[in-house]
Design a protein around this ligand. Sequence first.
Ligand SMILES: Cc1cc2nc3c(=O)[nH]c(=O)nc-3n(C[C@H](O)[C@H](O)[C@H](O)COP(=O)(O)O)c2cc1C
Length: 483
Amino acid sequence: MRDLNTFIDALDKERELARIQEPVSPDLEICAVTDRVSKSPGGGPALMFERPAGFDIPVAINLFGSMKRICLALGVEKLDDLAGQIEELTSPKIPAGLFDAIKMLPAVTRLRDLMPKTVNSGPCQEVVRKDGTLDDLPILKCWPEDGGRYITFPLVFTKDPETGMRNIGTYRMQVFDGRSTGMHWQRHKGGAQHYRVAERLGKRLPVAVALGPDPALAYSATAPMPEGLDELMLAGFLRRERVELVKCVTIDLEVPANAQIVLEGYVEPHERRREGPFGDHTGFYSHPDDYPVFHLTCITQRRNPIYLTTIVGVPPMEDYYLGKASERIFLPLIRKTLPEIVDMHFPAAGIFHNLVIVSIDKRYPGHARKIMNAFWGLGQLMFSKTIIVVDRDVNVQDEAEVAWIVGTHIDPQRDIQFTRGPVDDLDDASDLPAYGSKMGIDATRKSASEGFTRPWPTRIRTTRDAAQRAEEIWERIRRGWKA
Ligand SMILES: Cc1cc2nc3c(=O)[nH]c(=O)nc-3n(C[C@H](O)[C@H](O)[C@H](O)COP(=O)(O)O)c2cc1C
């Protein structure tokens, strides 16, 4: 999709957007309404607050907050289609003939979309306000005990001062005053690494913040891309069109031409300020902590911008659907090194890392533990606090089935594995910040090769014929009930 406006038009057409005409305050009220809506079946509609009290810029929120809308945002009917496309792109086959080669052309064209291109002008610079202030934007105060107003869905652009490699991450920004905010990139994230290099060199780090780009790009900033891989490649692939960039006005960075609003600025080395508390993804308030400070040098924007934002809090929220997209997109990529993985699932209540369920094609003794150790060493999967590994015939997307299998398959003393390592900055249960323990549960079937010498019980299933007969009779019973 070309930009946020196109996405909003599509949501309107699909009757997926509720437009709220009455004034609603960005101070707690918009968040409370959005929270209520996200807790309705299926995630509720996307919301457009046309008249946030005190501001003339409309607020768009919960745009990605359902399976249907995350699919619409990423241009697919179901998220598994993305996995298929990525699988196709990353497993190129040698064409057997001309017909085969022609069939492969669309995949080749998609490679071209990976590369962003720089253009001379874009809607995000229709208005340039070097004296602009954050007080003009309808930035939300989300929860009563929040430390202030937070920009919750920014795309934070930085470049490694040494290599010039770009990073884009979504890191919340607490408004300190009209011209400065906190910069909440946690220590494990790409932005923090660029800042570490800048501090080592004693240099100021230019930072550009894009608000409200096209939906594929907005999603890509939340994706756990490996360090050094440009999020714009993922965005170009998902939107099937190269991302267009324009040069910033006051700093040496490029930003998406189609954004609604851009904040240009910098962070100074070694400057810290207390930020927080903040009602976070975990459903609890994160403690206040010291983070770098973003200084604004310029606001550029469309003539009639929309302020795209989101909220986090007690799950399920909009972020669950963004996480679900990452689960599906990264599954085929993880399978490149761990081909024995059949499926994986991050339940909403597990808030991404607290609970990861993986099914595997178990091939040898200790295989489940190999998968746990691999996850604990793989990108942001290192944060996985509890990993449950099950056999290939267990449907990991069915949480009740997984609970049943765990309960029946484990001998706790034998099958639970503890380890220590980095944990998510948001984990408030570990003794130390960002360092703690993790647990793996091996709920696969055990065999003599793993020291289990008793016979493994057989799962109860009827015969195929009896099952078919049952379906027919059940159908008649059901129709009878309805009549
Ligand atoms: C709505 C939302 C808000 C987020 N806020 C933060 C944040 O404040 N700090 C942070 O480090 N990560 C935050 N994240 C997670 C990062 O965006 C995510 O880990 C991403 O992969 C980081 O990109 P990077 O690996 O390029 O740093 C947030 C994610 C979402 C969906």
